[in-house]
Design a protein around this ligand. Sequence first.
Ligand code: AMP
Ligand code: MG
Length: 307
Amino acid sequence: MNTYVQVTLFDAVDRQRAEHLIDLALGEIHRIESLASDYSDTTDIGRVNLAAGKDSVTVSREITDLVRLSMDYSRRSEGAFDITIGPLVKAWNFLAERPTIPDSAVIASLLNNVGVQHINVAGNRIHLAKRGMALDLGGIAKGYAVDRAAIILREQGATRFIVDIGGNLGVFWDGTRHLDSTVAEIMVRHPRHDGAYIGSFRMGSGGVATSGDYQRCFMIDGVRYHHILVPTTGFPARGVVSVTVVANDATTADAYSTLVFVLGKERGFEMLQHTPGIDGLIIYEEHNKLSFLLTPGLEKRFVPLND
Ligand code: AMP
Ligand code: MG
């Protein structure tokens, strides 16, 4: 997943038991990676991508469910969230040592292979209709892996823990709900000053995710190019610096943070306000100054930090 994983247990257990639980959680996260990653030809997603424009591929039930769910997020966002963004993410190559802006003719031709209408899911098989298509679950799979690790920990009897995969958090504190409780203090990173925070809020059991333009990005002539792309243009989404979403689970928080980022400040904030069960915070830059938009549920609890 190209990021860090942190599992924190608050149950009073001995060291050996804690290490065992953490090993199980990490094992589950690796299992999800071995299905969902698009960096390898042997994962479910890798095999689907390799067969694009050719064969339909049998995959695990989890992957068809996650692909179907992702297609549903495309519909809800009128195409802003789109897991067929793969060829463009590869062309931008944000993980390269020195990424560059792809040629606009290259972007234009890759856009022909983007669109969830070209994904066919039937039973446990997935077929990508066009050669050159590629699925990329980067906007949702980390949240899903957090939720799966949380299920494993709960099955083992853990009652209080936090799982964090690269800023996608699952908080579990037995008997609490995400915005009805105050057990965990979530610090929101300052998007322009590493190591600083812009504020914090408290929550109970639930998921939180942040999508930011400061991750996987590069600057050219003062312009920032980052990894969250607009599926209709192939270029990084503009107008927003970061989006934090709080939801009942980490998968929902992950998908919405990416989706709202692509929709932009106005449409994204509408979506945050009108979707039941989620709350969020959008940070945007105006006249070289950062400002926030907070949904009412989060506004009540958000404590800004002055830098
Ligand atoms: P996140 O950090 O959760 O916001 O996810 C960003 C990642 O999702 C990127 O690194 C890409 O792998 C993928 N991605 C980029 N643009 C989109 C998009 N418009 N819809 C869905 N996934 C995307
Ligand atoms: Mg996401």
